[in-house]
Write a protein of this length. Structure first.
Length: 780
């Protein structure tokens, strides 16, 4: 090892000197073989990071130390022209060689002008830019810089590499300058056979001239923020085999009626705006057809039945009408996704049993009825089965438990019944299991699931089962769960295995019969991971050793409504977004600590016994809060106006408290309240009430008059909302203050269909009609 290192240091010195000499002597003309080797060596030497990390170590380890002199044609990844020993370096494939650091504009790499193929994919160039000097490599036919951590603008100079037939810049975080960027980049690269720019932010339409690139075989532009319509003529390029445009939400497109016989083998359009019909003439050669989450409509073409090469078929979440045709001849099919379409007879078709290569099957939201048929047992390779939100009935057949290689089983929201059999413990490799919202019944021993050590998600909520937990768990036998949903499972206590769960993200134990305190060991676990905890509708009285601030550092949803919590309001961590503790027996004041929950959007403390004034700092929450419910407590004191000013609040309920409000102005104008008129609100001193420009809806006129709620009102502005119904002038009449002031402002129709008279204001405000405001004087 020592001699190896010495050898390098020595060589480095020599080659550096040599290189500098040769570069100065030969500037302007091409490098010789030795000079190219020296340039390569220098390239390697410059790949040394700060901290002395040798970024090209894995490249050089692949070489023979004895060969690492100037005979670089034998180096790993180096290809030389014609004569192995003295040819020019024409190919360099250093993909996955742990290169790191930057390649800057003076890099000797760019003196290797004979390079025809350069692959630096899957390295880490540390968010540096691709140097524009790459354009010196005029002979490049293939350039692959994918997955290599480049960022910033793609240099326009790449457009000068006219020989390119393959360009792969995918999966760096790069973008193209201006909307003309893509056009300029590729316009002159007419020889392209492969173009891969997935993950590049293109943010423009695709140009029509691409349809003239007659050599194009592969085009992958996944997640490129492409806009507008996809030029359909590209689909008819004679050599096109692979097209991937997935995850371009704002790209639309539709299919031509293919004139020529298409050679397309792979078509991936998931989650784009493609619409219209899938033509019968699409292609006989398809191996992958994936159009999930598009807007296709019409019938699923019958010709799919004849695409016998299909391995992957994703048609889910479109607007297909009619029925799924028989796919019985697709004997190679391994992936099938049909979510949202329908089978002819409603039940699972028997041809499914013939597709014995099936590995992943997604059949959710298909209104499937009937029982799970025994012929499914034929599909011995199944690993993913999702049939959520259907109407499957009956028991899970015993044959089902022969799918011992299942990793994902989702049977949520069906009508399955019977006992949850012990056979579930046969799914040794299962990671995701959901049986939520069925009619399963009986006692279920939790321990059978806890033997499945790959399990990450377990959802058993909303059945008619009673979970039975044991206490004899040990740490090392348990799965490390991330999502545990046991709502409405008749649990009487916190299951003891929680003691060992440190990775939970979601914990739903609401609607059980859990009594007493939340034990220390529960709230001490999953401190760093828990995001949502719902313990609502139990009989929980509080937290053992009540901490000042609840310890889950990432929690966003803290739901503990309808329990018997006593004492002070528990304060969750700063990350909390929804905090719901209504219907408990909390007492005391709101601690000012709550003002630190800067992301809080929903705060519901209604129906407790809390008291005191609201802490003044609560106003700080006004920029995040959307809903606030303090109803049915004993709060008193001055209600803060600042709290509602310019905030995002959509609903507010302060009723049934003792606010002796001194409030004179309540201005909620230009907000986003989408709520009904607050009939519950009574503010005796209020003079000005501004609800202008919100999304208040429903009738304005309740059982009361405006002045019984606000007897001192002088100005009311309800314009620019979506209030509906009739509004009678009587509503305002009892208002002495307002009559004498003449500045009632009332919503008015933009379309003047209404009758307005001094006697009766009969305004019909149809739902969603856009309103403008107009001054309305009571005396006119
Ligand atoms: C380019 O990199 C070399 C070696 O890391 C360094 O010596 C040189 O200063 C850099 N040049 C520029 C312009 O950053
Ligand atoms: C290294 O060199 C030895 C002897 O020259 C040869 O047998 C071996 O195949 C070489 N290994 C590599 C990876 O080139
Ligand atoms: C680029 O290189 C990576 C890593 O070797 C490879 O997976 C990818 O297929 C290459 N791209 C092209 C277009 O050949
Ligand atoms: C494309 O080539 C033409 C003619 O060779 C040249 O005038 C033009 O500037 C080039 N465009 C780009 C974007 O490189
Ligand atoms: C799609 O367009 C909408 C509206 O123009 C924009 O808000 C959204 O960010 C776009 N989505 C993508 C992925 O570019
Ligand atoms: C598809 O159907 C959904 C719901 O049925 C509908 O909201 C949507 O507008 C439809 N899309 C198209 C493109 O027809
Ligand atoms: C499938 O192919 C057969 C034989 O080529 C043809 O007769 C039949 O009409 C095709 N079916 C569909 C639905 O295209
Ligand atoms: C099960 O698959 C075999 C082919 O592997 C097939 O012959 C048989 O008919 C299938 N059974 C059912 C019930 O579909
Ligand atoms: C389950 O598999 C076993 C052995 O692989 C087989 O004997 C049994 O018949 C299968 N059960 C069903 C219901 O297919
Ligand atoms: C725990 O108890 C259950 C039921 O009493 C039993 O089936 C299981 O084997 C026990 N597990 C351990 C690890 O002792
Ligand atoms: C359980 O085991 C893991 C590692 O296997 C360890 O980090 C953790 O502290 C253990 N938990 C308890 C409560 O013993
Ligand atoms: C609420 O707590 C008070 C004392 O803190 C107690 O007197 C009362 O019974 C409790 N109410 C309920 C419904 O638990």
């Amino acid at each position: 090892m020592a001699s190896y290192m010495n050898c390098f240091t020595f060589l480095q010195t020599i080659s550096l000197v040599y290189f500098l000499i040769t570069l100065t002597c030969t500037s302007g003309s091409y490098l010789s073989h030795d000079e190219e080797c020296s340039a390569l060596f220098q390239f390697k030497q410059n790949m040394i990071h700060q901290d002395d990390v040798d970024c090209a170590a894995s490249w050089f380890q692949a070489n023979n130390a004895s060969d690492s002199g100037f005979g670089c044609c034998s180096w790993y990844g180096v290809e030389c022209s014609n004569d192995h020993r003295y040819g020019h370096v024409v190919g360099l494939d250093l993909s996955e060689r742990s290169l790191c650091g930057h390649i800057n504009s003076t890099s000797t790499l760019f003196s290797l002008v004979h390079l025809q193929s350069l692959n630096l994919a899957m390295n880490n160039f540390d968010e540096s830019q691709i140097p524009s000097e790459i354009a010196h490599l005029k002979k490049l036919r293939s350039l692959n810089l994918s997955y290599s951590g480049f960022t910033g603008q793609i240099p326009a100079e790449i457009s000068q590499l006219h020989q390119l037939s393959s360009l792969d810049l995918s999966r760096n975080s790069q973008q193209l300058e201006s909307t003309r960027g893509f056009n300029n980049l590729v316009k002159n690269l007419t020889r392209l056979e492969e173009l891969h720019l997935s993950g590049v932010d293109i943010s423009s339409s695709l140009p029509h001239f691409l349809a003239n690139f007659s050599s194009l075989r592969l085009l992958t532009l996944q997640e490129c923020s492409l806009l507008n319509a996809f030029p359909a003529a590209i689909l008819e390029l004679p050599k096109l085999k692979i097209l991937n445009l997935a995850y371009n939400d704002n790209l639309t497109g539709s299919f031509p009626k293919f004139r020529n016989i298409s050679l397309l083998e792979v078509m991936i359009l998931d989650f784009t705006g493609f619409f219209g019909i899938l033509p019968e003439s699409i292609s006989k050669h398809l191996i992958i057809l994936s159009v999930s989450g598009c807007s296709f409509s019409g019938r699923i073409p019958g010709s799919i039945s004849n695409m016998t090469q299909l391995v992957y078929l994703g048609l889910g979440e479109n607007n297909f009408t009619g029925f799924v045709p028989s796919l019985v001849s697709l004997s190679k099919l391994s992936y099938l996704e049909l979510d949202g379409s329908t089978f002819e007879k409603g039940c699972l078709p028997s041809w499914l049993g013939k597709l014995t290569q099936l590995n992943k099957v997604y059949l959710s939201n298909m209104s499937i009825n009937g029982e799970i048929p025994p012929f499914l047992a034929n599909l011995t390779k199944l690993s993913d089965v999702e049939m959520a939100n259907n109407s499957l009935t009956g028991n899970i057949p015993p044959s089902f438990f022969n799918f011992t290689q299942l990793t994902n089983l989702d049977l949520r929201q069906n009508k399955l019944q019977g006992k949850i059999s012990k056979s579930f413990s046969k799914f040794k490799g299962i990671r995701y299991l959901s049986l939520t919202s069925n009619n399963f019944s009986g006692n279920v021993g939790l321990h059978m699931f806890l033997r499945l050590d790959k399990l990450v998600t377990l959802q058993l909520s909303y059945n008619r089962i009673s979970l039975v937990a044991t206490n004899n768990y040990t740490n090392f036998t348990l799965p490390e769960l991330e999502d545990l949903e046991l709502s409405s499972c008749n649990l009487k206590e916190f299951p003891a295995f929680f003691r060992f769960q440190n990775s939970l993200n979601v914990l739903l134990l609401d609607r059980n019969k859990i009594e007493g305190m939340v034990l220390v060991w529960i709230w001490n676990n999953s401190r760093e991971t828990l995001q949502l905890i719902d313990l609502s509708k139990n009989f929980i009285t509080g937290f053992h050793q009540h901490p000042h601030v609840l310890p889950w550092r990432q929690v966003e949803g803290f739901l503990m409504t309808n329990n018997q919590l006593r004492g002070q309001l528990p304060i969750p961590s700063k990350t909390t977004v929804s905090y719901l503790v209504s219907n408990n027996n909390l007492t005391g004041e709101i601690p000012p600590l709550i003002c630190e929950l800067e992301f809080l959007r929903l705060l519901d403390m209604s129906s407790n016994n809390m008291s005191g004034p609201l802490p003044p700092c609560l106003g700080r929450l006004s920029s995040s809060l959307v809903g606030l419910n303090l109803r049915q407590n004993n709060f008193h004191g001055i209600m803060m106006n600042a709290f509602m000013h310019g905030s995002l609040l959509k609903s507010i309920d302060l009723s049934e408290n003792g606010f002796t409000s001194q409030l004179k102005v309540l201005s909620l104008g230009d907000n986003s309240f989408d709520d009904v008129f607050p009939f519950w609100l009574t503010l005796p001193k209020l003079r000005i009430l501004i609800f202008r420009s919100n999304k208040f809806y429903g009738p304005i006129q309740g059982s009361t008059t405006v002045c019984s709620q606000f007897p001192n009102l002088r100005i009311i502005d309800l314009s620019n909302n979506i209030f509906t119904g009739r509004l009678h002038q009587k509503y305002f009449q009892a208002c002495i203050a307002m009559n004498s002031i003449h500045v009632g402002i009332l919503s008015h129709l933009s379309v003047m269909k209404s009758k307005v008279s001094s006697e009766v204001v009969s305004v019909e405000l149809p739902y969603s009609m856009k309103l403008i405001h107009k001054c309305y004087g009571t005396g006119s």
